[in-house]
Design a protein around this ligand. Structure first.
Ligand code: F6P
Length: 344
């Protein structure tokens, strides 16, 4: 019999509950016990745990958020916290931890693995920026939400002959902007991977006017920046425990520039956390479920220090070391497809 601790860390995303349910149900098949660690690594430091039985995961599959709560706590910011965390693993008799998270949460998982603690990771983030996996769960839902928003903005932009700038999430990688931009027929997509030229953006919008298209949709990732600005736009100077600033504001700055340079009626929509909330798509539910099952299978084989990943249509283990080694940025061949439609 094993006791498996489950935690969700970092920003929430749709599909977390589907993953928790799968881990618990698969563990139960082995007659193992599962325990929920509250609010990411914070719960392990504080010993804040809840039992996770079959009954506790009933009905959570379609629910957004995470029943375990989440935080951006980094135990390695403070040696004392690492000590407390290790003590609690022993105190609660946890044999292995399943950490569901993005680069920060899985970065902590890797450090713990190196200290000899049995850990397996599950890749989640709406940003889709983890290496080693084709997709993270949460991303498909975010893309669907943004695509629907672009569709809605299209009709109002067209009616009023406006430029609408849509700011979407994506700190270091513009996956959401690129995929939803292609799906929604955006007229310009600006991403962190490719610093942009405001003149070029304006020229593309002008080109559309010339061919009789009197409205444009510009999708911009929160982490995108103009070529001649030295900094990305942030909301505050504060950083979280992993050193990340809170991004946001590029949409409004860009909207102002477009309005001033072209003299066209311009509006800005910042989609924000709407992209992370609510029920997961069927794709994300299935992916999260497959990941959850695979995580328990890895623990059965004592294969720790791994992250379950999607490669092609197969779920495979990859080293946590590889998963967090560098961020997976947008495939430029995909971006080129999007570019075909700029200014048209
Ligand atoms: O990491 C996922 C993400 O959604 C980023 O795209 C975004 O910059 C960040 O989280 C926002 O985090 P918070 O929930 O702290 O506002």
């Amino acid at each position: 019999m094993k006791k498996i601790g489950i935690l969700t860390g970092g920003g929430d995303c749709p599909g977390l509950n589907a993953a928790i349910r799968a881990i618990v149900r698969k563990a139960l098949r082995n007659k193992w016990v599962t325990i929920g660690i509250k609010n990411g690594w914070k719960g392990l430091i504080e010993g804040d745990m809840i039992p996770l039985t079959d009954h506790d995961v009933s009905g959570i599959l379609p629910k957004g958020g995470t029943i375990l709560g989440t935080s951006r706590t980094n135990p390695f910011k403070n040696e004392e916290d690492v000590g407390k965390l290790i003590k609690n693993i022993k105190k609660f008799g946890i044999d292995a931890i399943v950490a569901i998270g993005g680069e920060d949460t899985l970065g902590v998982a890797l450090k713990l693995h190196k200290m000899g603690i049995p850990v397996v990771g599950l890749p989640k983030t709406i940003d889709n920026d983890l290496s080693g996996t084709d997709f993270t769960f949460g991303f498909d839902t975010a893309v669907s939400i943004v695509t629907e928003a672009i569709d809605r903005l299209h009709t109002t932009a067209e009616s009023h002959q406006r430029v609408i700038v849509v700011e979407v999430m994506g700190r270091h990688a513009g996956w959401i902007a690129t995929m939803a931009g292609i799906a929604g027929g955006a007229d310009e997509i600006l991403i962190p991977e490719k610093p942009f030229d405001i003149d070029e953006v304006c020229n593309n919008i002008k080109a559309r006017y010339k061919i009789g298209k009197t409205f444009s949709i510009v999708v911009v990732s929160e982490g995108a920046k103009p070529r001649d600005w030295d900094k990305i736009v942030t909301q505050t100077k504060e950083v979280d425990e992993f050193g990340h600033v809170r991004l946001g504001g590029i949409g409004h700055l860009l909207g102002e520039e477009i309005k001033n340079r072209l003299g066209v009626d311009t509006r800005v929509t910042v989609l924000g956390h709407v992209q992370r909330g609510g029920t997961p798509t069927a794709y994300d539910r299935v992916l999260a479920t497959r990941f959850g099952i695979a995580a328990i299978e890895l623990i059965e084989k004592n294969e720790h220090g791994k992250m379950v990943a999607l490669q092609g249509n197969k779920i495979v283990p990859v080293d946590l070391e590889h998963a967090v080694s560098k961020l997976k940025t947008v495939d430029m061949d995909l971006y080129k497809i999007a570019e075909t439609f700029f200014g048209r």
